[in-house]
Structure formats: C-alpha cells, structure tokens
Design a protein around this ligand. Structure first.
Ligand SMILES: [Zn+2]
Length: 243
C-alpha cells in the first residue's frame, strides 16, 4: 500500500500526515458504501501508527468554522458519524497524539504545520469553502491561537478535482475573480491555485506549499470523485497528527 504524505518533502520528524487512496477503501461513516469503513480506517491508520479510536472527524458543511481540538474531544466521530464535531470544516491543535481528519471526494484537503509551536491544522476546501476563504481562516486561527508565523508554516495539499476536469457555471466568474480557466467557451475552476493564492495572501511562502498535483476525477481509479460517482462515491481520509 502506497502512503501519500503531503508534508513528506519537508522531512518532518514530529508530525504524521497522510491521505488514503481508493485501494484503502471508503473512509466515510456517512457517504458511499459504509459497511467496511471502520475496518478500512483501522487498517489505514494502523500503518501510520495512529489509533483509529482517537480520530477526530467533522460534520463538514462547506463553511469556514475551525475548531481547536484538545484531549476531551479526542475520538469525536471516530466510531460513529453522530459524534462528529458539528458545523466545522477545519481543525487545529497543539496537542500530541490527536489525529485530525477531513473526508473528501473532489474537495481539497489542506494540511498545515507550524514547526515552532509545534502545531497542526487540517482544512476542507471545496469551492464553497474556498469562496469563504477557509485557507486564510486556517492561517488566522493558527496565528491567533498559537502565535504561528505564517511565513514559517509548511503546507501540503491532498488530491482534488483540478482545472483539467472541474467545469463550473459561467456565473462563477462573479465569485472568483481569478483561478478560472476558459477552454472552448467552458469555464473550469483551478481550486488549488485559488487556495495557494489565499494562503500566500495570508503570509504563507510559495516554497512552503507542496501540491502533489493529483486529480480525483482524471485519476478516479486511485481516488473517489463525487463528480464522477455521485452518491455512490466513497471518501478518502486526510489525517494529520503531532507525535
Ligand atoms: Zn482532472
């Protein structure tokens, strides 16, 4: 099993970051075929040295609310969807051994690491979260809560639907002044470019952002895509943990 580490290029010792692939199975307890999801999570997280019972999951709503997670909410959403943390699309923590998760099929997951505190964050950025600028919100949360310096933050992206495949309505133009690509009269959204620019506007350095450039739609054999599979789509998991 190949493990994708979005922060791998930074050679970090005290953080675990990874996202799963289709071959690891559906990781969602609420979307797609959920029969094996807990088993899939356990198998995937075991390989990372993460206890699946500690996982912190969200009831993601495509908003920009970000929650600070400490010991007492460890395990929220780990074993059943109902105990997931409501109305949130991002987590931050400076506590060790609390794995923070985001579940996606096309949306972008963003991993952030502050080596100084140290502290971590994970964000869920679909087009609606991107419109609300959750990337900048994540940087702001880390700055306010941990005193993080944006220019020191290390950032990794998960796989997402990309500008090769993410066709959007023409009226997206009013919401996104940049990051839209016009090809033969059709409009495509470059969600990773927009998030990259939002992070940079928040003070993150270009060279500290790593994008594995994986498209969930065109590489659908390896990832789940809601665009391609609709309600049958499972979810990959993006997880980050201080150790
Ligand atoms: Zn594509």
């Amino acid at each position: 099993m190949a493990i994708y580490d979005p922060l791998g290029k930074f050679g970090l010792k005290n953080v675990t970051a990874a996202f799963s692939t289709r071959s690891d199975g559906n990781m969602s307890l609420s979307y797609g075929d959920t029969r094996d999801s807990l088993k899939n999570r356990k198998a995937f997280l075991d390989t990372l040295g993460i206890d699946h019972r500690s996982l912190v999951c969200a009831r993601q709503v495509h908003g920009k609310n970000i929650e600070y997670i400490t010991e007492e909410r460890k395990g929220s959403g780990a074993l059943d969807y109902d105990s997931s943390i409501s109305d949130t699309d991002g987590f931050i923590t400076d506590k060790k051994n609390i794995p923070l998760a985001i579940l996606t099929a096309d949306c972008l997951s963003i991993f952030l690491y502050d080596p100084a505190r140290p502290a971590v964050a994970i964000l869920h950025a679909g087009w609606r979260g991107t419109e609300k600028n959750i990337a900048a919100e994540g940087v702001k949360s880390m700055r306010e809560r941990f005193g993080s310096s944006p220019e020191k933050l290390l950032v990794g992206f998960g796989p997402s639907i990309r500008s090769c495949c993410f066709e959007v309505e023409k009226d997206f133009k009013s919401n996104f002044p940049f990051g839209l690509v016009n090809r033969d009269g059709r409009i495509f959204m470059d969600i990773t470019l927009i998030n990259r620019e939002q992070l940079k506007a928040g003070g993150v350095r270009e060279e500290n952002i790593f994008d594995p450039e994986l498209c969930t739609f065109s590489q659908n054999r390896d990832f789940f895509s809601f665009r391609k599979e609709a309600d049958s789509a499972g979810r990959i998991i993006s997880v980050i943990m201080l150790k």
